[in-house]
Design a protein around this ligand. Structure first.
Ligand SMILES: [Zn+2]
Length: 311
């Protein structure tokens, strides 16, 4: 029993389940690197927008507050939003200074910029020394160096960095080396969940699921599908183009993991050593004559259509 429940029961209250309150952002605590992780649709950008709105409230306080929220001239109530250059094209319907999230947007004026890499981030940090809170959207998409640029600045000047980011790929593995370093250098973690998008399910989902539509039927991506394929927000009916959604454990299908390590990877290593024929043979069988491939017969259902893979 939770200590709060125990206490209230002692005072004659009924059994109640306690939940953590959602607090406004604490601009007083400096030197933090905060990871906000969750699948798409879990509200990562809304989290950022909330910090932005909280900062507007905090900035209206009296001058005495600045001493609580500032270190070395950087005031953490000053929030700056960084996004990838690639994202600019995603929301053509919004003004150029907008931080768009589901059902709305905030306008950030001169406190928003697109960057290509960690060097451009360093340039902005130097240009705006008065800013104390930096939100870097999808930081996993940048190179590893960014994790250390951020950690050094945060430790030296008490700045706070918030990273709303995907941390797992469709294989349910860490997205890349940058994700790993962001975890290494983080001080706080906010995990967010979304509803599982399976039509029969109301579970929380943590995972990104990649699938293809083949003649209108959902077909899960195989484990050895290429890692990086950029997906849009539109549903793709072309069977060569992937779709993404979020799924719970039970509805996140990922056929072929065992096959990848048991069969395919050793054949790939052989091919890298110059012996290409076995890999070519296996791949040809896999696409045209699966019975003759090493894909075990018992896995056929899981490797084909979702309708037969669903328990
Ligand atoms: Zn589910």
């Amino acid at each position: 029993m939770q200590p709060e429940t125990q206490l209230l029961k002692n005072l004659g209250f009924p059994d109640l389940r306690f939940h953590a309150a959602f607090n406004h952002f604490d601009f007083r605590r400096g030197g933090r690197r905060i990871l906000v992780i969750g699948p798409m649709g879990s509200g990562k950008t809304e989290y950022s927008a909330r910090v932005w709105r909280d900062s507007l409230v905090a900035l209206r306080k009296s001058g005495g507050v600045a001493a609580l929220t500032s270190t070395a001239g950087a005031d953490r109530r000053q929030v700056f939003f960084i996004r990838s250059l690639l994202d600019r094209a995603r929301f053509p319907q919004y003004p150029p200074d907008a931080l768009p999230y589901r059902n709305g947007f905030e306008r950030c004026g001169r406190n928003i910029a697109d960057i290509r890499d960690s060097f451009e981030l360093e340039a902005i940090l130097a240009r705006r020394p008065e800013v104390g809170t930096w939100i870097i959207d999808e930081a996993s998409f940048y190179e590893e160096r960014l994790a250390y640029v951020v950690a050094n600045d945060s430790q030296a000047r008490g700045t706070v960095f918030i990273f709303p980011t995907l941390i797992l790929n469709f294989r349910r593995e860490l997205f890349n080396a940058t994700s790993r370093l962001l975890l290494d250098t983080a001080t706080d973690l906010f995990p967010l969940t979304a509803f599982c998008e399976h039509p029969d399910c109301l579970e929380d989902s943590l995972y990104t699921y990649r699938y293809y539509l083949v003649d209108g039927e959902e077909c899960p991506a195989l484990y050895f599908d290429p890692l990086i394929i950029v997906g849009g927000d539109q549903t793709k009916t072309d069977p060569r183009e992937p779709n993404y959604c979020t799924r719970c454990d039970a509805h996140h299908y990922l056929p072929g993991k065992e096959y990848t390590f048991l069969i395919l990877k050793p054949l790939g290593e052989k091919a890298a050593g110059g012996d290409l024929a076995p890999l070519r043979r296996e791949l040809a069988c896999l696409s045209g004559d699966k019975e003759r491939s090493d894909w075990p017969a018992t896995w056929t259902a899981a490797g084909s259509r979702i309708s037969s893979a669903t328990p």
